[in-house]
Design a protein around this ligand. Structure first.
Ligand SMILES: *Cc1c(COP(=O)(O)O)cnc(C)c1O
Length: 397
């Protein structure tokens, strides 16, 4: 997820446009800004690229999730179903609204297991939030069928899968709402930033108001605008949006390079008996930001993890025990450690996560290793990495 690898003259030019006027805010100051509307321009180009009617830029991917949930009316006591393998932003955004994260198992897609989702639905469930981890997607057709049947919102967290597609549609555009992150390590970066896409006019309007203190953005006098409902400040700055505009231009090039590098690594590992790959749902195409693979059991995976490290291979992840992207690393969530009191709804409705059976997730994650795909590698470097990974893994099998 390497946007930062290619920061260059194009980003500097976009940022300079903003620096020359000094208008760092995305709203107002029409006379001073020399017609630069970087955030607005990004929103319009991104919506088009993502095949969506509306796009709302915000200050981070976590903010995007929070604003997306808020825009659809999710609030205190509403239950949101999310996976055990994800970034902490999933439960942070839900808890920020007083809503209740309900964690369920993943399967070999490394995302939500549709059966586990269906089993977790209660009369308080309002939303299903699949997280397209490591460049590939959840079984969106199955999840959409469940959401339609139970009248639930489908919110895609596509923060790690920008540019991937499902049934020909960009990830993020299949559900009711889709969220993206442009933090420093994502496929494209704004430094910090995030976006929400949707085809729902009401959600788009709510998101527009909510991320800017409830401002209705009618007229030309910000101080005189009305505020139909409570909001917050999740605005992006023009400087960050300017970086994103230059990066958006480079997206297709990034995706092509990722795919080339991914293929070389995959081919090398595919020749090893005992190595299999994450399941990509039928009709899906990854964005190739990671290559995720399975070994036969936990013991061998731990050995492979060590062998890779001993061989000097960098940029790979054993999420199960070595990272906070998996429930094993969320001691603070499992024990509800917050600075102040959590709402009574959260306290009453949250699972006892220390005693919930996630053995199905453990069975998958304990066997999973992911290699990051960088775009700065030369072909020779990728070949060398492929060979080093292959030898390290073969040495333990
Ligand atoms: C990065 C990320 C986020 C949050 O993005 P920030 O911009 O860092 O707040 C949310 N979900 C997933 C899956 C992510 O990888």
């Amino acid at each position: 997820m390497p946007g930062f690898e290619i920061f260059g003259a194009e980003e500097r030019k976009q940022v300079n446009d903003v620096l020359e006027t000094g208008v760092l805010m995305r709203y107002g100051f029409d006379g001073m800004r020399n017609n630069h509307w970087k955030a607005k321009e990004f929103e319009s180009l991104f919506a088009k690229r993502m095949d969506a009617e509306y796009c709302q830029l915000v200050s981070s991917g976590t903010a995007a999730l929070t604003v997306a949930l808020a825009s659809a009316g999710i609030g205190a006591g509403d239950e949101v179903i999310m996976p055990t393998f994800t970034f902490v932003a999933s439960f942070e955004s839900i808890l920020a609204l007083g809503a209740v994260p309900i964690l369920v198992d993943i399967d070999e897609t490394l995302t939500l297991d549709p059966n586990a989702v269906e089993a977790a639905i209660t009369e308080k469930t309002k939303c299903v939030m699949p997280v397209h981890m490591c460049g590939s997607m959840a079984d969106l057709r199955a999840l959409k069928a469940i959401c339609d049947k139970h009248n639930l919102l489908l919110l895609e967290d596509a923060c790690q899968a920008l540019g991937g597609t499902y049934q020909g549609k960009p990830l993020g555009s299949y559900g009711d709402l889709g969220c993206f992150s442009f933090d420093y390590v994502k496929t494209i970066t704004c430094g910090e930033g995030g976006a929400i896409i949707t085809n729902n006019k009401e959600y788009a309007k709510n998101a527009d108001h909510y991320q800017d203190h409830g401002h209705d953005h009618v007229g030309n006098d910000r101080g005189a605008e009305s505020h139909p409902f409570l909001g917050y400040n999740f605005r992006i700055s023009e400087l960050n949006a300017a970086v994103g505009l230059a990066q958006l231009d480079k997206l297709d090039g990034i995706l092509n390079t990722q795919k080339d590098n991914y293929k070389i690594l995959r081919e090398a590992l595919a020749s090893i008996e005992g190595v299999t790959f994450r399941k990509v749902p039928e009709g899906g195409e990854e964005n190739y930001s990671f290559l995720s693979f399975f070994l036969p059991n936990e013991g061998l995976t731990k050995k492979a993890h060590k062998a890779l490290s001993d061989a000097g291979v960098d940029a790979y992840f054993y999420w199960y025990t070595n990272n906070w992207h998996y429930i094993n690393g969320w001691e603070h969530l499992r024990n509800q450690k917050s600075l102040g009191n959590l709402s009574s709804e959260v306290k009453n409705q949250m699972q006892d996560l220390n005693n919930t059976d996630f053995s199905k997730s453990h069975a998958v994650m304990s066997r999973t290793i992911s290699s990051l795909i960088k775009i700065g590698w030369t072909e020779k470097e990728v070949q060398k990495r492929a060979e080093a990974m292959k030898q390290a893994i073969i040495s333990v099998l």
